[in-house]
Every structure is written in structure tokens, then in C-alpha cells.
Design a protein around this ligand. Structure first.
Ligand code: GLY
Length: 306
């Protein structure tokens, strides 16, 4: 039994005309992953699926990443192998096209798990990743509009209120991306994001935190999306795999993880996708939307939803 699931982020999709485009994006990503999965590697499947989403400017990862309060792109990504617990991650990286591929190189070429900021960029260049500008005109425009609203409210220094303010603006999509796959031998999970719009300089979310937003072991894998601080405080991706270890399947564990997020931090905070080592997929959210798509043995077409 093999399976793959991807997400294009949890949040509110305000403009309805966006929905078919987002659904098409997750569909294309899961098919890119499925192609690799049929060749036998969950690791390649997760990397290719996440790359497809990073390259799609609709999503907040790679090209189309959101901007920080001071107008920079600082991207986070992680990948983890369930069989060996090998993991690689980058935090606050800039100037690269596919952070997930840099994270994979951290896992494969170093003794470390997480490289950040300038060090991550330097490592990427040493490994031959070319300079790339992921900022799109649409994100720049949104950044300008949001920042103006904050300045009008005199809130740019009220850092404790940034998340509150951002929930007032549903146009600020938290469209982090992720993929989890099982190739019959191993579960692999990967996640990539530009983080939260108008985040503070240097802020790192849950995505590159192993156990927070990304985790895989021999029983299951998970990729989270939503407000990163919530997933970090609950060690949510790891907790979700613990639920599988205690007997739940991927769907029940996803729902239990999201119940935990809602219990502690309220609704509109979190989404998760999972695959367990029986090839079951799971997904749950407490937000209005979370675009997702999955493929399993016996399916000719992906199942897609939002
Ligand atoms: N979940 C993405 C972030 O908070 O950075």
C-alpha cells in the first residue's frame, strides 16, 4: 500500500475565484509526487510535491512567499524520513527557489538538522543553488496594503498584537504547503512556507521545527499549516504521530491533533495532513479552508478538496 497527501495551507480563501486555481495547484502537486511514489521513493515524492507547490505563486512558499514586517522574504522548510529519523531544515532562508531541496541537502550532506538565515543561504550557494527572487508583484501589493493599514492604526510596534490584526484581514492567506507520503517501506513528511504575513524580522514558525510543524517516524508522518506558534507550543506534528502509536489511524490522529489546537488556542488556528504506515491518509482543520489532495493505491485520479 502506498499513499501521498499534500496541502496548500489552512486559512480563509476570501476570493471564491481563487478556489479552482488552488485546487488545481494541489492536484498538480499530488500528481508530481505520485509519479515519484510509483518509482518507489516517498522521499522523492515529498520533495517533488512540495517543489510543485513552491513553484506555484498562488501558495505562500518559495515563489509567492509572504513578506515580513520590514518587507523581506524569509522562508522556512523541513523534510524528515520516518525510518531513520533523518531530518533536515532551513529557517529564514532567502534568495533560493526551492527551500525544501535545500532542507533535503541539510539532511543528506551535513551532521546538522537546522541551518538558519545567512548560514542557510551560504550552504545553499555552496551546494550550487542559484540566486533567485521569490517575491511576486501580488505579494508586494498585498504587503503594501497591509502595512498601510497597520500604520494607520499605529500598530507597527505593537508586536504582541500582530496576529490579532492579521486575523482581521482574511486576505492574508496562511498558505503554507506540505506533503506526506508512504512508499510501502517508509513514511516521509515535508513542509515549506514563507511564514506569516508581516511576521517580525527573524521570526521562525513551526515548519522547520522538527516535531512542531513537520515530523515522521516508523508509524506515521505529519505536516502542519496555520499559526506556527500554536503547532510549536503543542509539538503538534510529533503529538499527532504519537496518537497513531497509541492505536489511531491517520484520520483519527489528524482530528485529535486539531481538537488539541482548538482546545488550547481556539478555532481558525491550524490544519494538518498525515499518512500512517498502513497507507491511510488523514487531514483535519479548524479553519474555514485547507486545500488538499491525495492519491492511494487503487485510485486513478486524486481526491481534491478545500
Ligand atoms: N505555519 C507556518 C508558519 O506559521 O510559519
Amino acid at each position: 500500500m502506498v499513499a501521498i497527501i499534500v496541502h496548500g495551507g489552512a486559512g480563509t480563501i476570501k476570493k471564491k475565484e481563487r478556489i479552482p486555481k488552488v485546487l488545481n495547484g494541489v492536484r498538480e502537486a499530488v500528481l508530481a509526487g505520485w509519479k515519484e511514489l510509483k518509482r518507489g521513493s516517498a522521499l522523492d515524492a515529498v520533495e517533488e510535491a512540495v517543489k510543485s507547490l513552491e513553484d506555484n505563486p498562488l501558495f505562500n512558499a518559495g515563489t509567492g512567499s509572504v513578506l515580513t514586517l520590514d518587507g523581506r522574504v524569509e522562508m522556512d522548510a523541513a523534510i524528515m524520513r520516518g525510518k531513520t529519523l533523518d531530518a533536515g531544515a532551513v529557517a529564514g532562508i532567502w534568495g533560493v527557489k526551492n527551500p525544501i531541496s535545500v532542507a533535503r541537502k541539510v539532511m543528506e550532506k551535513t551532521d546538522h538538522v537546522l541551518l538558519s538565515g545567512e548560514g542557510a543561504v551560504k550552504f545553499a550557494r555552496l551546494l550550487g543553488f542559484e540566486e533567485y527572487n521569490p517575491v511576486t508583484d501580488e505579494r508586494l501589493k498585498q504587503w503594501g496594503e497591509l502595512r498601510k493599514k497597520l500604520i494607520e492604526k499605529g500598530e507597527t510596534r505593537h508586536w504582541k498584537k500582530l496576529n490579532e490584526l492579521i486575523t482581521e484581514y482574511p486576505e492574508v492567506l496562511r498558505s503554507t504547503v506540505g506533503a506526506v507520503a508512504f512508499d510501502g517501506e517508509e513514511v516521509v513528511a515535508g513542509t515549506s512556507t514563507g511564514g506569516v504575513f508581516l511576521k517580525m524580522f527573524g521570526r521562525v514558525g513551526d515548519t522547520p521545527i522538527i516535531g512542531g510543524g513537520t515530523y515522521a517516524n516508523e508509524v506515521a508522518g505529519a505536516s502542519c499549516t496555520g499559526l506556527g506558534e500554536v503547532a510549536i507550543k503543542l509539538a503538534l506534528a510529533k503529538s499527532a504521530t504519537d496518537f497513531v502509536r497509541l492505536g489511531m489511524n491517520a484520520q483519527a490522529a489528524s482530528e485529535a491533533a486539531i481538537s488539541l489546537a482548538t482546545k488550547y488556542f481556539g478555532r481558525d488556528t491550524m490544519g494538518i495532513i498525515m499518512v500512517d504506515s498502513h497507507g491511510n491518509v488523514g487531514f483535519a482543520k479548524n479553519t474555514k479552508h485547507m486545500s488538499h489532495a491525495f492519491m492511494k493505491n487503487g485510485m486513478n485520479e486524486p481526491e481534491v478538496g478545500v
